[in-house]
Ligand binder design. Structure first.
Ligand SMILES: C[S@@+](CC[C@H](N)C(=O)[O-])C[C@H]1O[C@@H](n2cnc3c(N)ncnc32)[C@H](O)[C@@H]1O
Length: 396
């Protein structure tokens, strides 16, 4: 397989994130072939896959297409997979993980096709080289993805391995942390690019603040990871990877920020965790942390962005308590935040009603399997005259 061979690349993402992933891919100079709920299809080489893995903030996996074929049975699947020259892709010393997504009448579970794909790969490598790779669920080495829908199948080399949302900076997760790719998508939805002040009360383990700082610095999301799936395949070239990383790193804005990133939480432990995580991410110097009630957060003057991710609650006692918190959030926004644009990630409609403000826009995101809304509040100063419009994803 040639490292420069152009093939289809499927970049997957969490639900609700493809509208942020698409412009990220376009900004890196890639054409968009199509988009769907779970990802974006583009085209490029194996080297391009490295670039996408290193740079993308809202993606899960970068999948390089190896073969696409008609498939009517598990035996046909085995036969087709056996025609791929696996011995030139996977060293028998490596470890293989197969991941399958199957939606076909012939099979009603993924374990069997998974086994067929794994067998076809290791049998071929054994035939050609005399030894075979070990296999199992660990995604830290070579990962191969099968998609099988009706009578069509696609086999991809997963060049990410472990999901890209695992940035490697969150050593201290604290309570209910957001997935890093979701936090990045939320920050992008506010239109934040480092040229505005951003305030993150209730910051928890600091994910939103850290993602904002990474965006402001233009620091690649993958720069903290040392491992990617692409490093485990035979065609990986360390020199090309080093050069690519160095070229991308040249675009990092190192000279501090012109604007402020402020992150607060009532829980001292949360602030401790957030600070440690920011240090690991190399952005601690850009974030002003302090432990306080959200209502006591010191806001910058002028027009800034405020993003809050309060707890959603599930038990009754908890909900009653949270109703008061949401009412206080509404008071804080009305009384202290005039001139700013606030965004609240809400997972419970009843609680959001307690805020007592009308949202000008709502965007659906999914936090795990909880459907959430990012509510936008434009908090006018004085009389309710629309002020200069800040163009954001949420207002498009
Ligand atoms: C859902 S968590 C935020 C998680 C965060 N987005 C992350 O990725 O780690 C909500 C946070 O609100 C904080 N909190 C709760 N009540 C607060 C209050 N009155 N003032 C400030 N923070 C508060 C909690 O300590 C918790 O860290």
């Amino acid at each position: 397989m040639d490292i420069q061979e152009r093939r289809n690349i499927l970049v997957t993402c969490g639900p609700g994130l493809k509208d942020y992933l698409q412009p990220e891919i376009e900004a890196l100079g890639f054409e968009i072939i199509s988009t769907h709920a779970g990802g974006v299809l583009t085209r490029g080489s194996f080297v391009d896959c490295m670039k996408l893995n290193f740079s993308l903030r809202t993606a899960y996996n970068v999948l390089y297409l190896l073969r696409q074929f008609r498939c009517g049975s598990p035996d046909a699947l085995y036969k087709q997979i056996s025609t791929v020259p696996w011995e030139s892709i996977i060293d028998p010393e490596e470890y293989l993980c197969v991941v399958s997504q199957v939606d076909t009448k012939t099979i009603n579970h993924t374990r069997y096709p998974n086994m067929k794909v794994k067998d076809a790969i290791v049998d071929r490598i054994k035939r050609k080289t005399g030894s075979r790779p070990d296999s199992g669920p660990d995604r830290n080495s070579v990962v191969v993805n099968l998609f099988w829908k009706d009578d069509k199948a696609w086999i991809y080399l997963n060049t990410s391995g472990v999901k890209l949302s695992d940035r490697n900076y969150r050593k201290m997760p604290h309570k209910a942390p957001l997935r890093e790719s979701l936090a990045a998508g939320i920050v992008m939805a506010t239109g934040f690019d480092g040229s505005q002040d951003i305030v993150l009360p209730m910051c928890g383990s600091g994910t939103l603040a850290i993602e904002a700082a990474l965006i402001a610095m233009n620091k690649p999301a993958g720069s903290l990871r040392s491992n990617f799936g692409f490093k485990h395949v035979k065609i990986f070239d360390e020199q090309i990877w080093k050069k690519l990383r160095n070229d991308i790193r040249k675009t990092i804005r190192k000279n501090g920020l012109k604007k402020r990133i402020i992150a607060t939480d009532i829980d001292e432990q949360a602030i401790y965790a957030a600070r440690q995580n920011a240090r690991t991410a190399g952005v601690e110097h850009l974030i002003e942390f302090s432990a306080c009630d959200f209502a006591d957060t010191q806001l910058p003057t002028g027009e800034g962005i405020i993003v809050m991710n309060p707890e959603y609650g599930s038990r009754l006692g908890e909900l009653e308590q949270l109703e008061k918190v949401y009412k206080r959030i509404g008071d804080f926004l009305k009384q202290r935040c005039a001139g700013h644009t606030a965004y609240l990630l809400i997972g419970n409609k009843e609680l959001s009603a307690k805020i007592g403000l009308k949202a000008s826009h709502r965007i659906v995101f999914y936090n795990g399997n909880i459907e959430c809304r990012l509510l936008k509040y434009e908090l006018y100063k004085g009389t309710k005259q629309p002020r200069k419009h800040i163009q954001t994803h949420a207002s498009k």
